[in-house]
Design a protein around this ligand. Sequence first.
Ligand code: SAJ
Length: 428
Amino acid sequence: IRIALFGLGHMGLPTAALFADNGYKVVGIDINSETVSMVNDGKSPIMEPGLDELVENVVKKGLLSADNGISTLVKDSNVMIVVVPTPVDENKCSDLSAVISACESIAKVLNKDDLVIIESTIPPHTCQNIIIPLLEKSGLKASKDFGVAYTPERALPQNTLYEMTHNARVIGGVDQKSAKKAAALYGKITKGEVITVENLVTAEMVKLMENTYRDTNIALANELALVCESLGIDAIHAINAANYHPRVNIHNPGPGVGGHCLSIDPYFIVEMAKEGRYPARLIETAREINEFMPHHVAGLVKESLEACGKRLIDSKVGLLGVAYKGNVADARETPAEPFIRDIIQKGAEVLVHDPFVEENTIKNMGGVSVAFEDALNCDCVVLMTDHDIYRQITPEMIKNSILICTRPILDPAEFKKNGVIFKGVGRP
Ligand code: SAJ
């Protein structure tokens, strides 16, 4: 077996490296030439624990290489894996252009008995209605001449390699043979159970259900936080106590939901549900609540400044963290961005500190990248991302006495006792 993997991103590169580490000859295809040259130099363009060493090792052994397009290595491969991104467009509908383009390339080199595996998150029925017809442009017939399987990636960034090698894997195929072949292959990289479901669409739906489950639960936590704030109840204390119930697990409220998955995948269900008989109401409302949260945080900043006789228009707001979650360098779909744009539009200046995210990314969001101390020295400090280093913040560090803490990682009592005006998501 030789593998060609399309898309060397956050999920694709670790997958390619793990197959190579298990002795398979893998070629990774990516449109980004910087990614291609870094991988060929044995370096990982992604910040992920353990990935640098793994990539270096498999590239040195000649098991992993990268390319910009279809090479002889791709033509010689008999398993093609597609792990390219599927964003949503401005109408919250899936943008499948990267998947379509990868499948068109595959159709040109597809041979009899090859297996095409899709990992990209896609709306239900995409394999059957869009991907298979594209692959059949090769003149070969799915199931009869070549196999197709869908297996969603479920690893958590920052713990990707561990989860890819330990999580259970769900696989659906165009037929039993494809599912079994894919299951045998993924069984080589994961110690977790490999579960085959009856068809492609079920596997597609599994992935969307998982991320929708989490997004909707976070929306519930956020709604409870908003209700508690308005009734003068500490939502964090209440949630912690509620979670002692054996069948309750309320998530953490926060500034909104970011990342390339939770903030996008539920829309794929909403989009397809519109074509069915039942519209997805709860899922769509959950998205609305989570998308409102950064604006709620902007409201807390405005209120707190005004309570001190200041106005947003003349204020400097120090923002701690723009990554979508703690300890990652990834700022895709981060709630920090709508927050920054909201308060800039109201006239504030935003000075941003993030130990992981690049200066240019911060600039593109409208923020100015500054040192930690400078962000703390602003009229109002907003803790946006739960990076571990921010857990060390003490009241003395908040120079102008206003702290808006959007994550439940600091103790309000400690700050209030020391004269800091402490407001937070879910705090009275
Ligand atoms: N968040 C909260 N409150 C919580 C938990 C998370 O506000 O209680 C926020 C985070 O701060 C972040 C966002 O939600 O902004 C998403 O973070 P996450 O850690 O929940 O998830 P991701 O996007 O990093 O990874 C998810 C995972 N899916 C599930 O847990 C069901 C991962 O397993 C998937 O592989 C990944 O999406 C993906 O690629 O689909």
